[in-house]
Design a protein around this ligand. Structure first.
Ligand code: HEC
Length: 232
């Protein structure tokens, strides 16, 4: 056998050994993964069951509301969500920050409000002046007993469908507007709908605030590019 053939033979043998070893290792890994996965599934099922998670929360909406939905009103809500008529200067809307593609949350870490380029929810594509906070997901919020990042809007009974102890909206919103057993405002999200924006920057961004009583000070003024319409 020529030297070249011997070398080739050794190369092929080595390759075969490595392939066999590799496939055995992978099979072993698969088996480990299978066991590990089962274990993770078991632990996750346990955690979810302990937290009362059923995966069917949406089907509980009507019984908990105690009434039917009004499809015409729901349609108005859907249209308003995407209508810039709700923006101070007609250039932003709920859906601009709470994008359906992100569970009605945001594609970027800090919300971009007014003066955006009109692109919603696409990661790294929405551009414009940033606001102060990240937009949380608004999906299924009807079931949350506390809203906003710090939970400051909350149902004192611990149940958003139960207004027997009233809804708490600390300052600057104020706590006294939604007393217990209010005959109209029966749900926490309904109460939030009555709230004005916490800060002008939430709806207006920084533009138009510099040099006005609404300015938050020099730290914020530096982001006012002067291109936005003034705050009325
Ligand atoms: C400029 C971006 C922006 C726009 C526009 C906007 N939001 Fe928000 N939204 C936020 C941010 C930021 C928060 C969290 C604020 C906080 O925690 O203080 C929030 C919180 C919320 C929450 C509470 C969610 C939770 O999980 O706690 C709801 C509900 C909500 N917004 C609904 C709306 C509706 C309805 C509109 C339109 C009328 C709207 N938002 C417009 C940025 C925005």
């Amino acid at each position: 056998m020529s030297k070249l053939l011997i070398k080739r033979f050794l190369q092929l043998t080595l390759l075969a050994v490595f392939t066999l070893a590799g496939s055995l290792a992978l099979r072993g890994q698969d088996q480990d993964k299978g066991d590990g996965r089962d274990d993770i599934d078991r632990r996750l099922t346990h955690v979810l069951a302990n937290a009362g998670f059923t995966g069917r929360i949406e089907s509980t909406l009507l019984p908990r509301l105690g009434r039917q939905l009004n499809p015409a009103m729901a349609k108005v809500g859907q249209m308003l969500w995407f209508d810039t008529i709700t923006g101070l200067h007609d250039d932003n809307t709920c859906g601009g920050c709470h994008a359906p593609a992100f569970g009605f949350g945001d594609g970027q870490s800090i919300a971009i409000g007014i003066q955006s380029n009109g692109i919603v929810g696409v990661f790294h594509k929405r551009e414009g002046p940033h606001n102060q906070r990240r937009t949380p997901k608004a999906l299924n919020i009807a079931f949350l007993p506390a809203l906003m990042w710090n939970g400051r809007f909350n149902s004192i009974s611990g149940d958003p469908f139960d207004n027997s102890q009233g809804f708490m909206f600390p300052l600057p919103e104020g706590t006294t507007r939604f007393p217990p057993h209010d005959p109209i405002i029966k749900h926490l999200a309904q109460a939030q709908g009555e709230m004005p924006p916490t800060e002008l920057t939430e709806v207006a961004g920084y533009t138009g605030t510099k040099g006005t009583p609404f300015s938050l000070g020099p730290d914020f003024d530096q982001f006012d590019d002067g291109k936005g319409s003034p705050i009325p």
